[in-house]
Design a protein around this ligand. Sequence first.
Ligand code: ADP
Ligand code: MG
Length: 243
Amino acid sequence: RKMVFKLSTGSDKLDKLLGGGVESMSITEVFGEFRTGKTQLSHTLCVTAQMPGKNGYIGGKVMFIDTEHTFRPERLKTISDRFNLDQTAVMENILYARAYNSEHQFELLNSVAAKFHEEAGIFKLLIVDSIMALFRVDFNGIGELADRQNKLGQMMSRLQKISEEFNVAVFITNQITSEFNNNQNLLEETHKPVGGNILAHASTTRIALKKGKGNKRIAKVYDSPDLEECEITYIITNGGIAD
Ligand code: ADP
Ligand code: MG
C-alpha cells in the first residue's frame, strides 16, 4: 500500500493551511497575480522535497516543468543554504524540462511517467509552473475555448494518474483572470483562477495567493470541501518561502 506524505512549503503557517503540507497522490494548485510568490514557492518545494519529513518521509527527487522560463538554479543555492543542504547535491536531484507549447507540455508527461517508472519510488514531487500559460497562448480565441478545455482536461487527468501511480505530489501554479471589470459587484470575478471548471475539478487543493506589504504575501484556501477557509501570511526570503 502506498503511504501518502506531505511536503513542507518552508512556512509552518502555510503547511498548516494545507492540512500539513503539499500532499502526495493529489494535485495542489496555487494561483495569484504576478509576483505573489508562486515560482518562489515552487523553488522552495524543490529543496524541501529532498529532506526527510514527518511520518517516515525520506525525501526524494523532483521533476520541474517550466513553461515561463522562470526556473533559477541560483535561487536553489540560497534555499539549500537555509536548510544546510549541499547545493550541488540538491541541483542533481532536480530534473528540469522546459515546455515550449501546450502540446509539448502534454507530451512531456510521457517522459515524466517513463522516468518515474524507471527510477521507481525515487521521485516525490512534480511541479508544473505554470499550468495554463502555454494553453492561453495556443488557444487564445473564444472559438478555441472548448478545444482548450478538452486538452486541458486530458492533461489534468494524466497528472492525477501520475500522482497516484507513482505516489508523488503534483504542484501546479496558475494565473488569475486579468479582465478589467467595471462592475463593483463582480470585482471578485477578476481574481478567479483561469482554467474554468476543468481545473477547478482536477485540483484537489486550491490556494489563492495575494500580495501584502513588502515581502509579505497572503494565502487563502479556495473552495475546499475539507479544509478550513482561513487565510495566513507568509514571506518571501532569500532562503525561500518562510513564516
Ligand atoms: P510569481 O511566480 O507569483 O509571479 P515569484 O514567485 O516569481 O512570483 O515571486 C516574485 C517575488 O519574489 C518578487 O516580489 C521578488 O521580490 C521576490 N523574490 C525573488 N527573489 C527573492 C529573494 N532572493 N529574496 C527575497 N525575495 C525575493
Ligand atoms: Mg512565476
